[in-house]
Design a binder for this molecule. Structure first.
Ligand code: F6R
Length: 245
């Protein structure tokens, strides 16, 4: 595991973008795994800068979101499809028809599960994810794989932890508006990506980062699977890194 500690959040975005760009193939269409949330925004801005400076081109790339809420109305501004259209497609020029997001619109568990299987198949069809961009939850979640998630899990329906709903309430009017369930790539799905680049800033992430990077490999800290991957890069600011030994 490579751990890069940066003096400023801006530098975190730059170094993380460098790690992403270095892992993209130039002989076939690149495949990006995309996290939502605050952590990767600086990274997405830096990828946009690389495009405007002619150092990168995502016009033939595919994007695959890590997760999506279940039950939001189509086009809801906080649905991750809309978020990634705004924050990634528009910023880096990834064509909207190449942006894939798990289908959270199923009305039954069977429909949602069929959509989750189709999503896994779609990732396989394009040759797998080259670089998976990740944030980390304060409880150690990865994607929406909350503590207790199976280490080999695939894309599936999950219930959101109370802590995650509280953390994400800032994007909704009230906490009651935060969905209770999601469809998320599994930890096994994430581990299949050829490189993992995780971005974390701020002291609220310090415990999760220390447990993920230096604690035991355990379903209680889903992000501890990062230790199991041969090409993981953590890009942190000093606050997020403060509990590392
Ligand atoms: C969302 C996701 C989550 C976030 C995590 C951190 O797609 O994958 O695991 O990365 O909740 O969120 P922020 O970056 O907002 O602190």
């Amino acid at each position: 595991m490579e751990i890069i500690v940066c003096p400023t959040p801006e530098e975190v975005g730059r170094r993380a973008a460098d790690s992403v760009l270095a892992a993209l193939p130039d002989d076939r269409d690149p495949v990006l795994g995309l996290a939502t949330g605050s952590s990767p925004l600086g990274l997405y801005r830096e990828l946009g800068r690389a495009v405007s400076e002619g150092r990168a081109d995502f016009s033939s790339a595919y994007g695959f979101a890590l997760d999506e809420y279940v039950g939001l109305p189509p086009g809801h501004p906080q649905g991750y499809h809309q978020v990634l259209l705004r924050e990634v497609s528009e910023t880096v020029g990834l064509p909207p028809d190449r942006l894939n997001v798990p289908d959270g619109s199923g009305r039954t568990l069977a429909e949602l599960t069929a959509g989750a299987r189709a999503y896994e198949e779609r990732i396989r069809t394009v040759g797998g994810v080259d670089v998976q961009i990740l944030g980390i939850g304060a409880n150690g979640h990865l994607g929406f794989n909350e503590p207790g998630s199976a280490l080999t899990s695939r894309t599936r329906v999950k219930r959101l932890a109370a802590r995650t709903r509280t953390d994400n309430a800032r994007f909704f009017e009230t906490i009651e508006d935060v969905p209770t369930h999601c469809v998320t790539q599994g930890l096994g799905t994430i581990l299949d990506a050829r490189r993992l680049v995780l971005v974390a800033t701020g002291s609220a992430k310090a415990h999760a980062i220390a447990a993920a990077a230096e604690g035991p490999l355990t379903a209680s800290v889903p992000a501890s699977i990062l230790q199991w991957h041969a090409d993981t890069v953590l890009v942190l600011d000093e606050d997020a890194a403060q509990l590392l030994t």
